[in-house]
Design a protein around this ligand. Structure first.
Ligand code: SF4
Length: 710
């Protein structure tokens, strides 16, 4: 990227800032830089020194006598009671204030930010100790704390500017700590942080790049507001006699020395230092508020939302048929491979393999599976004990095969999809085996059990050999990072030797494959429509050509046109790149269109699995029958629903978990746990249903807890 392009990219946020933000920044910077100039070159051009006594020209014998002289040509701001030139004192006070502000805010920043980041991200005992300490400091009145610290520093070291700056800085450490810690706690739960982890980013990278860069967005505001506060604290310390010792120029001390002048009509000794304090505080505050609006793309987006929204609405009203196309893809459209037959399943791997070639849960092709899941349990710690959201699941997925996972909300689909990459939230439990087939002979390409894998092995797999594509792409993309930066993270994590040029080519190519123009790769996520963001997420998931893509509700919240585009892309991926797909969805229509096989989940278990045509045409489990009957089509005349609700998984019922809602329930359904068995008459061993209605369901005795595993 050329220097000109870099400069253009750097100043771009300032160009798109709101008018108010620009005005605030310009005024604030003018004031602040005015003081910086005064502090740096002022003392060299001032006619007097800040500590220079005035000689009375009418009474030379009096020598260096202090006196109060009104503003005049000789002394533009007059002289004070000690005979100092007030202008020189104001200039000298500006230098002291700027040094104290700089040193104190740096002290608070360098200590408070790392502590807050560490405390919030790591948690545990360190967090408790730091929270207690900082809360204790924070509850102490800040001025009182500053006085105590200034007194101690004055006793331990030489009183001066450094002691005053340190005292002021220590007062603000708890503020930085609290803001950064709280922000870290919230950012580390953000989906885009989970998204970064899912791409295999190292913990150090997650903290430094994703958490830190989001957290520090608030630092400019704290910095400038604390700078303003530091000016006031310094003045207060000086006023009370604990600041910079005299005769050094300090505005607060000078005002305190001149308090008695006010009643005697001597206004200039207090007014000029007072105005200096107000102006400097105002300058810092204006810069902070304006800067925050500029550097934070979310705030900037909010500022622009009004007019942009109006434009979009106006356009939509004028050209309702073109609104989606314009909003979604701009001038480009997603390239699509033609499917002459119009049959989404026409070019899929054969699903009608020889009956009896497999077993329920096994893949339908003869090729070794890419993914093999054995006796998988996924749980969460709760106050009532572990909650097993997935309880004893066996699966296989073949190369290029698409497996749909369906079921009601809370049936364990999303927990299973995350567990497939061992990407669990804090407190999550995974047992069993998740075996990812070897991709080559390299050390990072061999067969791997993701449950027992080390953290570094998991990082090497995520985003590289297996990807998770989340729903809600807006929350999965870091709003402060450009789209290209998201890709660079994944490439840097898994292809560290790739040159910048090659990486750029790869990024642009991946996005172009999804119909995202090359000109937009450096845009921020909020500058894309929902459909484009989801395609970006897909591109991010496949940029390194993984063996397996797990897509968790990838089309939820998208309109049907964009949904069709996403499904087409997934289909192409399987056909052209041989990528295996696990599609998590509650939409049976999507499964029918996209998948080769389907697994129906209920209360953490697979209750039916088999080829899509077989399961949908001849559902063997009452729950599958209920789900299919609940779908709505143009022919629907009566709405059907499955009565009741799924069981509480902290204490699941014994036997069949669907028994309480099953229209065909029998006495022994609560006594034994049905196994997945080929339904009688199906003639296929790759179709299985866990229901006692089918002879040979091979039941096993139920336990009291009901947590036995099929
Ligand atoms: S095992 Fe019994 S309760 Fe469960 S689905 Fe079959 S018939 Fe219904």
């Amino acid at each position: 990227m050329s220097a000109r392009a870099r400069l253009s990219r750097t100043v771009a946020p300032f160009r798109s800032a709101t008018r108010t933000a620009k005005v605030l920044i310009v005024i604030g910077l003018l004031i602040t830089f005015g003081f910086v100039l005064v502090a740096t070159i002022g003392p060299t051009v001032a006619p007097y020194e800040a500590t220079q006594y005035q000689v009375d020209p009418e009474d030379p014998a009096a020598g260096q006598l202090p006196r109060l002289e009104e503003p005049s040509d000789d002394h533009l701001m007059g002289t004070n009671r000690d005979g100092f030139d007030v202008l020189a004192r104001v200039i000298g006070g500006a230098r002291v204030a700027m040094v104290v502000v700089l040193v104190s805010t740096l002290i608070a920043l360098l200590i408070g930010v790392p502590l807050g980041l560490l405390s919030g991200y790591r948690g545990g005992r360190l967090d408790r100790i730091l929270v207690t300490t900082m809360d204790a400091l924070y509850t102490f009145p800040s001025l009182l704390l500053a006085i105590v610290v200034a007194f101690l520093f004055g006793e331990l070291f030489t009183p001066g500017v450094a002691s005053a700056a340190s005292a002021v800085g220590i007062v603000y450490i708890p503020q930085y700590y609290r803001v950064v810690r709280n922000h870290t706690l919230s950012v580390k739960q953000e989906p885009f942080v989970e998204g970064a982890r899912s791409l295999g980013a190292k913990e150090r990278t997650v903290i430094s790049r994703y958490v830190f860069f989001n957290v520090v967005q608030s630092v400019p505001v704290i910095f400038t507001l604390n700078a303003a506060d530091a000016v006031l604290t310094l003045a207060s310390l000086g006023f009370l006699g604990y600041g910079v010792p005299p005769p050094a120029p300090e505005w607060g001390f000078d005002i305190q020395q001149a308090t008695q002048d006010i009643t005697s009509g001597v206004w200039w000794t207090t007014m000029w230092p007072g105005i200096a304090i107000i102006l400097l505080v105002t300058g810092f505050t204006l810069v902070g508020e304006g800067l925050n609006d500029v550097v934070n793309p979310l705030l900037r987006a909010r500022g622009l939302a009004g007019p942009k929204l109006r434009d979009v609405r106006r356009g939509a009203l004028a050209r309702p048929d073109a609104a989606e196309a314009d909003d979604d893809t701009g001038s480009a459209s997603t390239p699509r491979a033609e499917d002459p037959a119009g049959d989404p399943g026409a070019e899929r791997p054969p699903t009608d393999g020889p009956a009896g070639a497999g077993t329920p849960g096994s893949s339908v092709t003869a090729a070794p599976p890419v993914l093999r899941v054995n006796d998988l349990r996924v749980g969460y710690r709760t106050p009532e004990g572990p909650l097993w959201a997935v309880d004893g699941v066996d699966l296989e997925v073949a190369p290029g095969e698409a497996l749909g996972l369906v079921g009601e909300s809370g049936c364990g689909k999303s927990s299973l999809s995350r567990a497939l990459l061992n990407l669990m939230p804090p407190g999550g439990l995974v047992t069993g085996q998740i075996t990812l087939a070897a991709r080559g002979d390299g050390p990072g390409e061999r067969e791997l059990d993701l449950v027992g894998a080390s953290r570094s092995e998991l990082r090497s797999v995520r985003g590289n050999r297996a990807s998770l594509v989340f729903q809600e792409p807006m929350t999965r993309l870091d709003p402060l990072m450009r789209v290209s930066d998201h890709f660079r993270e994944a490439i840097r994590a898994h292809r560290p030797d790739m040159s910048k040029h090659e990486a750029r080519e790869l990024i642009e190519g991946s996005l172009a494959q999804m119909g995202i123009p090359r000109t937009r790769v450096d845009n921020f996520p909020h500058e894309f429509s929902g459909g484009m963001r989801q395609r970006i997420m897909l591109a991010l998931g496949i940029v390194l050509q993984p063996q397996l893509v797990v897509a968790d509700e990838p089309t939820t919240s998208l309109d049907v046109i964009v949904e069709a585009q996403i499904l087409d892309i997934l289909d192409e991926l399987r056909r052209d790149a041989g990528v295996s797909l696990v599609m998590v969805t509650h939409n049976l229509g999507i499964v029918a269109e996209t998948c080769d096989r389907v697994a129906v989940m209920y209360a953490g278990r697979i209750v039916e699995i088999g080829p899509v045509e077989q399961v949908f045409n001849a559902p063997a489990h009452p729950y599958t029958q209920g789900l299919l009957a609940s779908t709505i089509s143009l022919e629907t005349t009566d709405l059907h629903s499955i009565g009741g609700s799924p069981p509480d998984l902290t204490s699941p019922p014994p036997g069949c978990r669907f028994a309480a809602r099953c229209p065909a329930v029998m006495d022994r359904c609560t006594e034994v746990v049905p196994r997945l068995t080929p339904p009688e008459g199906s003639g296929r061993r790759d179709h299985g249903a866990a229901c006692l209605l089918h002879p040979g369901s091979d039941p096993e005795p139920a336990t009291a807890s009901g947590q036995d595993v099929t």
